[in-house]
Write a protein that binds this ligand. Structure first.
Ligand code: FAD
Length: 473
C-alpha cells in the first residue's frame, strides 16, 4: 500500500519519525512537499528562508533519488491538495512531523480531523524538539515563563533518544502526479543578493552533518568562553539546519555526548543549554500563540514607542547608523543571512531602546533576512530584548553598544570585517569614532561622523518612556 509522507520543516531522511513510521507500517512512501505560504498566519517565510528552502528541497530530492525515491512538489491550498493526492496515488493516509507555529498547528489539527473523518490515516510525530511544547508543566500545571526552572524540569525529564540512520533504499511508485519542478515554486531570489551566502552555508542534511562535525572539531572546544564573541567562529551555526529540520536536536546532543570528557563538560553543557532556549521558545509559542504579534506582558501595550521613523529604521536595516557594532551586525546579516547572537541582542536593543521603535519592526526585518528565521526563536529573542516577553531583560537595561563592542569585540575585528570603512581606525576609536573626530576624519572618512541618534539622548528618552509607563500602571 501507498502512504504520503509530507515533508515540511523536517528536510532530512535520518531520524525522521514520520518517514520511519510509514516504512515500519509497510507503506511505499510517496514523498511530497506542499508550498502554501498563505497558510502561515501572516508570517509567510521571508526571502532568505525561501532561498535556503530552495536549496534544502533540492538536497532532499537528491538524497531521495540516491535511494530510489524522489520528492514531488505541489502548491497549496494544503487540505484539498492532500485529498487530491490521496485519491490519485491510491494512498491510505498521510504521515508528517509536527510544526508548532500557531497558524500551522491549527491548520494541521483541522487536516487531521478531516482526513480521519474520511476513514484515512493521518499521523503526526515529533520530529524537531526534545520535548513537545505541552509536556513540561509547572507545579501548578501551567506553562513556564522563566527559563531556569523550565530547563531544570527539562533536564530532569530528559532521556537520551536513539539516533536512526537514513533508510538505505526507499521504494518508489509511479502512481500519482509528478508535481512541479522546483523552480516553479519561485523560492529562489530573482535578484542574486544571496550569492555570498553559499560560501558559508550548505543547506541540506549533509551540510547539517558537516556543520555539526566542524563544530565538534572546532568551536565546541572553548564554547562556554567564546560563544559571546562575534569576532570568532565560537558557536555551531546550526540554527538554520535546526530550523529546517535538516538535523534532529537529539542527534546534536548524541554527538556532543559522544565526545564528552571531564575537560569538555562545561562546553557541552552550555551548548545543550542553548538548545534548551530553543525548546523554551517553542513552549512559549505554543502556550502564548498571540505573542507573535503582541506583547507577552500586556503592561507594554501602553508603552510609548516612538512614532515610526522610516529614515532611522532604514539606517538600522542597512547598517548605516553610525554606531560601529550595530552596523557590523546588520551588515553581517545582510551579507550572510545570519548574525551572531551577541550582535542580535545589541542591534535589537539599539532599535527598541535608542530608536524606541516597536520590536515588531525589527522582528519583521529579521524574519525576511535571516536564513534561520524561526517564529518561536525570533519572537522570544525580540520580546526578550524589548523587555516585553517572558523572563525578559528588563526594559531599563539598555545595552551600551560601545561597551558591548569593547567587551565582546576587543580587537575590533568583527567591526573591521563587516564595516571595512572603519578597518584602518585604531581600536578605541573603532568603537566610537565620533569621540575621536581627528582620527576618524583621517582613517575613516567614508563612515558617518556622528550616530543618527546621540546614544545618551536615546537612552534617556527610552528610560523616560519606561518611567512614564511604570507611573501609569
Ligand atoms: P549556538 O550557540 O551554537 O547554539 C546552538 C543552537 O541552540 C542554535 O542553533 C539554536 O537552535 C539554539 N539557540 C541558541 N541560542 C538561542 C536563543 N537565544 N534562543 C533560541 N534558540 C537558541 N534563533 C533562531 O534560530 N532563529 C531566529 O529567528 C532567531 N531570532 C533571534 C532574534 C533575536 C533578537 C535574538 C536576540 C536571538 C534570536 N535567535 C534566533 C537566537 C540566537 O541568536 C540564534 O539561535 C543563534 O545565534 C544561532 O547561532 P548558532 O547556531 O551558532 O548558536
Amino acid at each position: 500500500p501507498n502512504a504520503l509522507v509530507w515533508f515540511r520543516n523536517d528536510l532530512r531522511l535520518a531520524d525522521n519519525p514520520a518517514l520511519q513510521a510509514a516504512l515500519d507500517d509497510g507503506y511505499v512512501p510517496i514523498c511530497i512537499y506542499i508550498h502554501a505560504p498563505d497558510e502561515e498566519g501572516g508570517w509567510a517565510p521571508g526571502a532568505a528562508s525561501d532561498a535556503w528552502r530552495h536549496r534544502s528541497l533540492a538536497a532532499l530530492d537528491a538524497d531521495l533519488r540516491q535511494r530510489g525515491s524522489r520528492l514531488r512538489l505541489f502548491f497549496g491550498p494544503t487540505l484539498p491538495t492532500l485529498q487530491t493526492l490521496l485519491m490519485a496515488c491510491d494512498a491510505e493516509g498521510v504521515f508528517w512531523n509536527r510544526r508548532y507555529e500557531p497558524a500551522i498547528e491549527k491548520r494541521d489539527t483541522a487536516i487531521k480531523k478531516t482526513l480521519r473523518a474520511q476513514g484515512l490515516r493521518a499521523e503526526s510525530f515529533n520530529g524537531s524538539l526534545l520535548f513537545e511544547p505541552w509536556t513540561l508543566q509547572t507545579r501548578e500545571r501551567g506553562p513556564y515563563q522563566v527559563f531556569a526552572p523550565f530547563w531544570r524540569a527539562a533536564l530532569a525529564a530528559w532521556r537520551p533518544q536513539a539516533v536512526h540512520d537514513a533508510p538505505k533504499r526507499i521504494e518508489e511508485t509511479e502512481e500519482g502526479p509528478d508535481g512541479v519542478a522546483l523552480d516553479v515554486l519561485k523560492l529562489f531570489p530573482s535578484q542574486r543578493w544571496d550569492e555570498n551566502f553559499w560560501r558559508q552555508w550548505s543547506p541540506g542534511e549533509a551540510g547539517a552533518r558537516e556543520a555539526l562535525e566542524a563544530f565538534v572539531d572546532g568551536a565546541l572546544h572553548g564554547y562556554r568562553e567564546q560563544r559571546d564573541r562575534p569576532d570568532r567562529i565560537g558557536t555551531s551555526r546550526l540554527s538554520p539546519h535546526l530550523h529546517f529540520g535538516e538535523i534532529a536536536p537529539w542527534r546534536v546532543i548524541a554527538v556532543l555526548e559522544d565526545v564528552r570528557s571531564a575537560g569538555m563538560a562545561a562546553d557541552i553543557d552550555t551548548c545543550i543549554r542553548q538548545l534548551g532556549w530553543r525548546e523554551f521558545a517553542h513552549h512559549l509559542l505554543h502556550h502564548f500563540p498571540d505573542t507573535v504579534d503582541r506583547n507577552l506582558n500586556p503592561r507594554f501595550d501602553k508603552f510609548d514607542w516612538a512614532r515610526r521613523n522610516p529614515r532611522q529604521t532604514e539606517a538600522w536595516r542597512s547598517g548605516a547608523t553610525g554606531v560601529p557594532i550595530v552596523d557590523a551586525g546588520m551588515r553581517e546579516l545582510w551579507q550572510t543571512g545570519w548574525m551572531h547572537n551577541r550582535a542580535r541582542m545589541v542591534v535589537a536593543s539599539y532599535l527598541c531602546k535608542h530608536l524606541r521603535q516597536h520590536w515588531l519592526e525589527g522582528a519583521r526585518w529579521f524574519w525576511d533576512t535571516l536564513v534561520d528565521a524561526d517564529l518561536a526563536d525570533n519572537t522570544l529573542g525580540w520580546q526578550w530584548v524589548a523587555g516585553t516577553g517572558a523572563d525578559a531583560s528588563p526594559y531599563f537595561r539598555v545595552f551600551n553598544p560601545v561597551v558591548q563592542a569593547e567587551k565582546f569585540d576587543p580587537d575590533g575585528a568583527y567591526i573591521a570585517k563587516w564595516v571595512p570603512e572603519l578597518a584602518a581606525l585604531p581600536v578605541p576609536a573603532k568603537f566610537a569614532p565620533w569621540l575621536h573626530p581627528h582620527l576618524a576624519a583621517t582613517y575613516a572618512p567614508h563612515y558617518p561622523s556622528k550616530p543618527i541618534v546621540d546614544l545618551a539622548k536615546g537612552r534617556d528618552a527610552a528610560l523616560a518612556a519606561y518611567r512614564a509607563l511604570t507611573l501609569r500602571s
